[in-house]
Design a protein around this ligand. Structure first.
Ligand code: 5GP
Ligand code: MN
Length: 321
């Protein structure tokens, strides 16, 4: 059952030092939701520490509070909030076994691992949930908070173009603009800003583009990272470029990690749900966008994941599209 606005308001009222945690390889919704809520709680007089295991991308420096992000949970925090994470593993190692007091999320695979939970899987972004309810929790949305929340919405809807982005999403975005958010700036920074190293890294992957039976896939190795001079452990958003290929029903990226694991991202067309496939491999996500972090070498993980994805496509009515 979802926590009520009264319960959440009381949780925040009674707290002195609130830690807000989001996921590893943080994206715009993780950072925007975490810092949007952090800004508003600070405005309300609380001590707040935003916590991420991985250092956020510099392109998000326009969001107020990015420099305050800690890589460790403060011992003195008496309230622990997790945003945009469907399971505890998504936070990495920062929670150290502590149960969150509140989990706010929009993933249909969410395991409700908080003492209180607010999960709305029809919401386009966790930032949508926050935008809708923050005033009911007694929190104000100033221009800084509005920019942070709009970043989350723009990031998860790829700029209002995912199939789930409804009229409500545009209305909420418009309200955030009324409160001072700058859509053109947020859009530019979040979706259109790239480094040369990122594009070089894409290039490494694109030399190994595969398309078979409606499945498009690419792998990115640790060597590719070195060759491209790319320092982060994600796919540099290549998945969102690849999923625009017309013949692909499902797009997959395999990203080799330093700890003998592989990060997988799936994207699918409407009508194909890859979230359960991700759960099968220990991950989660949404029907159209899901991911998992799997132990094994690149070839091992690809050998397990590609047939399972083929099965999903073969079982669907979309295979003859
Ligand atoms: P991405 O492929 O961009 O990393 O993630 C796509 C979606 O799947 C996001 O909503 C993200 O939260 C979710 N996701 C990605 N990786 C994992 C994972 O390892 N575990 C879980 N539970 N969800 C994931
Ligand atoms: Mn999200």
């Amino acid at each position: 059952m979802n926590a009520s606005n009264e319960e959440i308001r009381e949780l925040f009222n009674n707290a002195r030092h609130i830690a807000i945690v989001s996921h590893v390889r943080p994206d715009g919704d993780a950072i925007g939701s975490m810092l949007g809520l952090a800004n508003a709680l600070k405005e309300a007089g609380k001590t707040v520490t935003p916590v991420l295991q991985d250092i956020p991308d510099e392109k998000y420096a326009f969001i107020t509070g990015l420099n305050d992000v800690s890589q460790w949970l403060p011992l003195e925090a008496d309230c622990l909030v997790v945003v945009d994470c469907s399971d505890v593993e998504r936070t990495g190692k920062v929670l150290e076994g502590r149960q969150p007091d509140l989990v706010i999320d929009h993933h249909k695979t969410n395991l409700k691992f908080g003492r209180l939970n607010l999960i709305e899987d029809e919401a386009e972004a966790t930032a949508m949930i926050l935008s809708k309810y923050m005033s009911a929790w007694g929190l104000k949305i100033n221009a800084d908070t509005a920019n942070a929340l709009l970043t989350g919405i723009v990031a998860d809807t790829l700029g209002f173009r995912t199939a789930n982005a409804g009229a409500d999403c545009l209305r909420v975005a418009a309200e955030l603009m009324d409160k001072g958010a700058d859509l053109a700036m947020v859009y530019h920074k979040t979706l259109l800003t790239r480094t040369a190293a990122e594009v070089r890294y894409w290039g490494q992957g694109l030399t190994r583009l595969n398309l078979q039976d409606g499945i498009l896939w690419v792998s990115l190795s640790l060597d590719d990272r070195v060759r491209a001079g790319y320092s982060k452990n994600d796919d540099a958003d290549l998945i969102n470029i690849l999923s625009s290929v017309a013949d692909a029903l499902v797009t997959i990226i395999f990203v080799e990690q330093e700890d003998g694991r592989v990060k997988i991202s799936w994207r699918s067309v409407e009508g194909l749900d890859v979230s359960q496939l991700a759960v099968q491999f220990g991950g989660g996500g949404h029907a159209a966008a899901a991911g998992a972090d799997v132990k094994g070498s690149l070839p091992e993980v690809m050998q397990a994941v590609l047939p399972a994805t083929h099965d999903l496509v073969n079982k669907s009515d979309l295979r003859y599209r």
